[in-house]
Design a protein around this ligand. Structure first.
Ligand code: GCV
Length: 717
């Protein structure tokens, strides 16, 4: 009996130690197993000298201590002055002594206010390493980057890094409701416990801030874009203030969503017309009230006149009127307005993919300078693959920020392993040609194409109160990767996967190589088993879980999958070329020609831009029908291969995470087959053709797949 109890206790302890690993994200700080490297680190890190004593600097110091303790098993001596050699010096420029400042003058010239320097240098002929920047938050960024050097087992000899973020606003958009449900959230409930705030500060808030700071995220929109005006009442602002106070030392500003009709709902006004003096004053007063509580409040994110949300058009005004009115309210305090361009209307018979461009492009140059227009990566809605949004590069006089979706609304929720930085990179690298060759989306976003001062990248968060934050252990990589790309939109997704794996699991190359490859392939796998060759928006209604290419009964035509694939006896695909809706004309001529011409249109976007016959010959010589079927099969095979890769990793991964991923991959495999079978059976009704050799026979009928209902699928309100 006693021994049984012992076994149980042992299991419990090892489970909770392992569960903590999940919680610790990429900040595992695993012990450095390479003894030569560990010795090098210890020899170069004999002492820590700290300049400054702000909250932020204390956090930085504590982080170093935790990191060194866990990775090296020892904490270097904390010194009050630089004595001896091989110290690690941390502190911001203004807190450093004059000699060091002078020594590093040219380095400081290379960085922006948020940039950091990590450098090996000589002070009074003694070798030292310094981590510095122009303010304390920049030092904190430097500290996390320095710790990453150790986590990824790189040398700390001869360091010479000067790195600055390429965008100003690096922000998470939480689609979190006040009742703690999360729209399109698949990792539990919202982190924000509004009921217990402001008095109860959950440790999660600090850990969230720490994780974000470690990847350079500097803003968070706490509330859903489908906004509730109550968040702007004193009762809630007090709670927002408490969160802002927690996040501030980590360099994270708080933003809120502004419900356009708030002046009516909580202000007792009769209108929310942006030209009405009372409305204008209401927002000015509201902004003043918020800034009194939160002096560094970031500003508002607004979804207006989109999917039923109120907006200026309710009063015969336009997006410019609405955005500029709010911009005036926050301008005196340095706030910004992030105005979303995600608009499409059931009253507009135009191709949905054209509507945002048609509406917003003519507004170019009309917004106030503290407005930034937030554009989704593609023209429809966060599909597994979309060509880049035509607005990028097409508004030279308006700052545009990118909106990526980190939460996997259309990519298998938090059950499918999909490494999204691969998708993000593809979009950022796309060439808009708006200023000739090389006018990439990344250059629009970082402001270099049109010299915009205000720049930013937003990611719709995949974070909830699940023990592991993101539902799937590998979905943590998408949060991580988003942050890294927001800092530097030119980073390669392979580098990101490499860093993340090493910081999260292990540095062993036998683990890294196959698993990194698996991550990189995972994005194409999901495209293949869900929406190959440019198909899009064929998932089931409302919750968007699973396939639903047959759905055609929704009130708004552009909510129906049949609107997007247009499968019929003659073929499949949406003709957006000049013989169709001419959406291609919204791109620069070089891109327009590329997409418009069937010969040159990349096959990955084929059915996005063209309706082609079932017998159309693909580049590999297959007919479209056979090629489509084989792509679906390829997606399924890729998931199966992911399972094989993962099975071999058991000895490198703790048992909890190993089994979690193993089980999730099994679900993903099942669901990939479900997608393949349901879509092919449905499309086969139109093609009238047999499945080609190599494609497995469906195990169920089309009617069976159509009968599946998921009234309680998560994330759907
Ligand atoms: C927050 C899609 C999602 C909605 C989301 C909307 C948006 O339509 O399904 O849940 O609403 O995008 O981005 O505003």
């Amino acid at each position: 009996m006693a021994s049984l109890r012992f076994v149980f206790l042992f299991l419990l302890i090892s489970f909770s130690a392992s569960a903590q690993k999940d919680y610790k994200l990429w900040l595992q700080y695993n012990a450095v197993s390479n003894s030569a490297l560990a010795l090098e680190y210890k020899n170069n890190l004999k002492g820590i000298v700290v300049f400054g004593n702000s909250e932020t600097i204390k956090i930085a110091q504590k982080e170093l201590q935790t990191g060194f303790q866990d990775m090296l098993g020892t904490i270097p001596e904390i010194k009050s002055e630089i004595k001896g050699e091989n110290n690690l010096i941390i502190g911001s420029q203004s807190n450093l002594n004059v000699e060091i400042k002078n020594e590093l003058k040219s380095d400081f010239d290379k960085i922006s206010t948020e940039g950091f320097i990590i450098k090996s240098f000589s002070f009074k002929s003694k070798k030292q390493i310094i981590i510095t920047g122009k303010n304390d938050v920049a030092v904190l960024y430097g500290v996390f980057n320095f710790l990453r050097i150790l986590q990824t087992n790189k040398s700390v000899k001869n360091l010479n890094i000067a790195d600055s973020p390429k965008t100003n606003i690096r922000i998470l958009n939480h689609w979190d409701n006040l009742d703690r449900t999360v729209e399109r959230g698949y990792a539990g409930f919202s982190l924000w416990n509004w009921q217990k705030l402001p008095d109860f500060i959950d440790q999660r808030y600090l850990d969230y801030a720490r994780a974000n700071a470690s990847i350079g995220i500097n803003g968070t929109v706490l509330t859903n874009v489908n906004a509730n005006a109550l968040i702007l009442t004193p009762q809630y602002l007090e709670k927002v203030e408490a969160l802002a106070n927690v996040f501030r030392p980590y360099g994270i500003k708080v933003y809120l969503t502004a419900r356009f009709s708030a002046p009516i709902e909580i202000g007792n006004l009769k209108t929310a017309d942006p030209k009405d003096t009372q409305v204008i004053n209401w927002w000015k007063n509201k902004a003043a009230e918020i800034y009194k509580r939160i002096p560094d409040f970031g500003g508002f994110l607004v979804k207006a006149n989109s999917e039923g949300q109120p907006g200026p058009q309710n009063y015969g005004r336009d997006h410019v009127d609405g955005a500029n009115m709010l911009a005036d309210a926050v301008a005196p305090f340095g706030g910004v307005i992030m105005w979303r361009a995600f608009v499409y209307s059931e009253h507009d018979a135009n191709d949905r993919a054209k509507q945002a461009y048609a509406e917003f492009q003519p507004y170019d140059g009309k917004f106030k300078e503290n407005v930034i227009v937030q554009v989704k990566n593609g023209a429809i809605d966060f599909q597994p693959r979309e060509p880049f949004h035509p607005l990028f590069g097409a508004m030279p006089k308006t700052p545009l920020m990118m909106e990526f979706q980190i939460t996997q609304e259309y990519l298998g929720f938090s059950t499918h392993l999909v490494f999204l930085p691969k998708l993000f990179q593809e979009v950022l690298e796309s060439d808009t040609y708006q200023q000739g060759k090389g006018s990439t989306v990344a250059k629009v976003i970082d402001g270099t194409l049109y010299q915009n001062k205000l720049t930013g990248i937003a990611g719709v968060a995949n974070i909830g109160n699940d023990l592991n934050w993101t539902g799937h252990p590998f979905a943590q990589a998408n949060w991580y990767g988003f942050g890294r790309l927001a800092w530097n939109p030119y980073l390669d997704s392979e580098t990101i996967a490499d860093e993340w794996l090493k910081s999260t699991f292990s540095n062993d190359e036998n683990f890294i190589k196959p698993v990194k490859n698996m991550m990189i392939e995972s994005r194409e796998a999901v495209v293949n088993y869900m929406t190959p060759l440019g198909l899009h928006h064929i998932m089931d209604t409302g919750h968007h879980y699973g396939p639903g290419p047959w759905v055609s009964n929704l009130s708004r035509p552009e909510w129906n999958p049949t609107y997007y694939h247009k499968a019929d006896k003659n073929g499949i695909g949406f003709d957006r070329s000049k013989t169709g809706t001419n959406a291609t004309a919204q791109y620069a001529p070089e891109v327009e020609r590329l997409f418009d011409n069937l010969e040159t249109c990349p096959e990955q976007d084929l059915l996005w831009f063209h309706h082609v016959s079932w017998d159309y010959k693909l580049k590999n010589g297959q007919t479209l029908w056979n090629g489509l079927a084989l792509k679906y099969q390829e997606g399924v095979n890729q998931v199966n291969e992911m399972q094989n890769v993962w099975k071999k990793t058991e000895k490198y991964v703790d048992s909890v995470r190993f089994h979690e991923v193993e089980m999730l991959l099994e679900i993903q495999y099942k669901e990939a087959k479900w997608w393949r079978d349901a879509c092919l059976l449905y499309f086969q009704q139109f093609s009238g053709k047999e499945l080609p050799t190599g494609v497995e026979k469906p195990t169920q009928t089309l009617d069976y797949f159509k009968s599946l209902k998921f009234p309680f699928a998560p994330g759907n309100g």
